[in-house]
Design a protein around this ligand. Structure first.
Ligand SMILES: Cc1cc2nc3c(=O)[nH]c(=O)nc-3n(C[C@H](O)[C@H](O)[C@H](O)COP(=O)(O)OP(=O)(O)OC[C@H]3O[C@@H](n4cnc5c(N)ncnc54)[C@H](O)[C@@H]3O)c2cc1C
Length: 370
């Protein structure tokens, strides 16, 4: 496509910073760059009509790690490393709330509950036995006991009699979060162009030539925030991981409130007002789900429906309203990759399953590399 003189001059000349990806990291990075460089020309390029990775597809858990996840992490990391990870999630959520406001993201601190299946007796008792130890370890972060035992008051089926609850965990409205973030970015004079896929770039002495599927242009710096898609542009240790979700139609008098983790985090569900959102099941076919293609499979969707019927809503008639998927970026470590990769190129990627919690911080860290 040939751009007109006006189009090129107005939108694509003299660009100081180009961010690839308009997920939570890309948009948070753009905002931070605006604070640090008030006069800079900042451009965000997004291949989707809407953001098309994980930030608009996720479950909206503002979570810090369930007890079994923390204990599992402690097998491979030191206490200090695990504490730092949890601290980062806490700081990230605090920053998100400060930047966007609780009302704008519909932040609700109902608590997050880990449920243990009936046949996961050993895991359940191990978590109960280590409750005080984990609370003590994380006390400096939460300034109090984060985990407590709560009875199965929502009458889920086929699970142990109690949950282990993190009282600080919360839920938010993913759509409102991203819409508020996008609005702030645009209000700050940052251009966001959708349906533009960055395909390649070449680095010169003082700038980069960027090739997209729509046009070519130059930028002084390139910041890559494409998470699970990162290896399509740069060579970094990040693999795509598709995550599938479904949501029910409204259910009359639904009593369930909160966020829930099940089967060591392989499944997660929450209420959205009077609906249930349920996701997970990647462990049923890790290989098939290691993809950047959006889509749903029978094997996982059927398992999600089975869990709704047998565990979550055993005595309630429900209908499925929607199903969808999103692409996460994973690696062999839980830390994201935030670094300069050449003279003018930087990346903030590999957010794992915790990008709602840490995305704002990672966006800031990415901008601060410059
Ligand atoms: C189903 C699901 C449930 C989740 N639940 C939770 C949760 O409850 N709590 C939590 O903390 N985290 C959750 N996560 C993880 C969280 O959503 C992610 O970690 C976070 O959104 C990552 O943000 P990001 O900005 O790094 O990446 P993304 O949101 O993936 O953004 C990357 C963007 O880059 C764009 N892009 C890619 N390549 C190009 C290109 N070449 N040119 C232009 N644009 C490009 C993509 O379209 C995408 O919009 C979940 C993820 C999924 C998929």
């Amino acid at each position: 496509m040939n751009l007109s003189y006006w189009e090129y001059k107005t939108w694509l000349s003299n660009i100081d910073f180009t961010i690839v990806g308009s997920g939570i990291v890309g948009l948070s990075c753009a905002l931070r760059l605006r604070v640090e460089h008030p006069k800079a020309k900042i451009l965000v390029l997004e291949k989707g009509v809407l953001p098309q990775g994980a930030s608009t597809k996720n479950a909206g858990f503002a979570c810090f790690g369930s007890i079994s996840e923390i204990l599992s992490d402690l097998k491979h990391h030191t206490e200090e490393e695990v504490s730092k990870l949890v601290q980062k999630r806490w700081n990230g959520i605090t920053l998100l709330r400060k930047n966007l406001g609780d009302k704008n993201i519909d932040f609700k601190q109902y608590g997050g509950h880990e449920l243990f299946l009936k046949n996961h007796q050993e895991l359940y008792h191990n978590c109960l036995n280590k409750l005080d130890y984990v609370n003590q370890l994380l006390d400096p972060i939460f300034d109090g006991k984060a985990f407590e035992i709560q009875k199965n008051s929502f009458n889920f089926n086929n699970i142990q009699e109690s949950y282990i609850t993190n009282i600080f965990e919360a839920q938010l409205d993913t759509g409102q979060m991203m819409a508020t973030l996008l609005h702030l970015v645009q209000k700050n004079g940052i251009t966001v162009l959708n349906s533009v896929s960055v395909q390649d770039f070449t680095e010169n002495k003082d700038a980069l030539d960027v090739v997209t599927d729509q046009f070519e242009f130059q930028t002084k710096k390139l910041l890559i925030a494409t998470n699970g898609f990162a290896s399509q542009l740069i060579h970094q240790e990040v693999k795509p991981a598709r995550a599938q979700v479904l949501v029910t139609k409204p259910i009359k008098n639904l009593p369930i409130r909160g966020t829930f983790h099940l089967d060591e985090g392989y499944y997660y569900f929450r209420n959205i007002e009077n609906r249930i959102l349920l996701g997970g099941g990647r462990n049923l076919d890790f290989k098939e789900e290691e993809t950047t293609s959006l889509g749903e499979t029978d094997v996982i969707q059927n398992q999600l429906k089975k869990m709704l019927k047998e565990i979550i809503l055993p005595h309630t008639v429900f209908e499925i309203d929607r199903k969808w998927s999103g692409i996460m970026g994973l690696g062999n470590q839980k830390q994201p990759i935030v670094k300069q990769i050449s003279n003018h190129v930087y990346c903030g990627i590999r957010l794992g399953g915790m990008g709602v919690a840490i995305g704002s911080l990672v966006g800031n860290e990415l901008a601060d590399l410059i």
